[in-house]
Design a protein around this ligand. Sequence first.
Ligand SMILES: [Zn+2]
Length: 211
Amino acid sequence: MNSLVPPLMMPEMMPDMDTARPTPSEAEAAVRTLIRFAGDDPSREGLADTPARVVRAYAEWFGGYQLDPIALLSRTFGESGGYDEPVELRNIPVHSVCEHHMAPIQGLAHVAYIPTDRVVGISKLARVVDACARRLQIQERLTDDIASAIDKALKPRGVAVVIEADHACMTSRGVSAAGTRMVTRRMLGLFGADAALRREFLSSLTLTSER
Ligand SMILES: [Zn+2]
């Protein structure tokens, strides 16, 4: 599977994209074009400031491109008292954008790792989810990106990532399958090798789709 997944794009890997990056006013012009394409008038009062707002919102929605998820995990703590059981962080909000339709993907991530000898600040796991999510993504690659970043940065004995998410491109159009959730998972190290450990982690999660 991994060989088919393109590597996570880091800021330093995109030198050409940086020079080719449109200016904010070019991006605003593109938003005005889309408003006209939708059938509305970008000059009417309610829409006058919309292009500038959309461009500012893009900085947040796509802020992940400015972040290196592995670097976010560089500060670790050795005084973990020999703790070598799984560390789990559940219900991390996921805000991403589907790369096929540029529609929102909203959901929750559940992350666990088994430390080798060092642990990471728990909020950092949530930041890694955010850094990987705030890009154009598909849920399968997002799941893998998060697991790989934790694996590379912490070299833990195991990593488990489960994501459950709604895809607006599906729930708001086409078959309009409101309420459908996609669930993906990536299990590395002991979580992949040890079926009992994996079962324990998965059964500890009450997926919201099953609530
Ligand atoms: Zn889509």
